[in-house]
Design a protein around this ligand. Sequence first.
Ligand SMILES: [Zn+2]
Length: 68
Amino acid sequence: MKTSPSICRRKARYSSRDAAESVAQGVFERDALKLRVYACELCRDFHLTSRTKGMKVPAYELEQFRRK
Ligand SMILES: [Zn+2]
């Protein structure tokens, strides 16, 4: 995903996909807000985005879906 430098600076950075995903999971469980993790080509870390189009659905969201 293309990220502009201003967006990169503004966003929280996570050094691993796992770390970013556990934050996304917490937000999802608390606020039902769907976030996706993506690797930033500028800082080489990971950010979260609310743009879910075309992104892989994480396991915890599928889990939630099955439970309902
Ligand atoms: Zn970045």
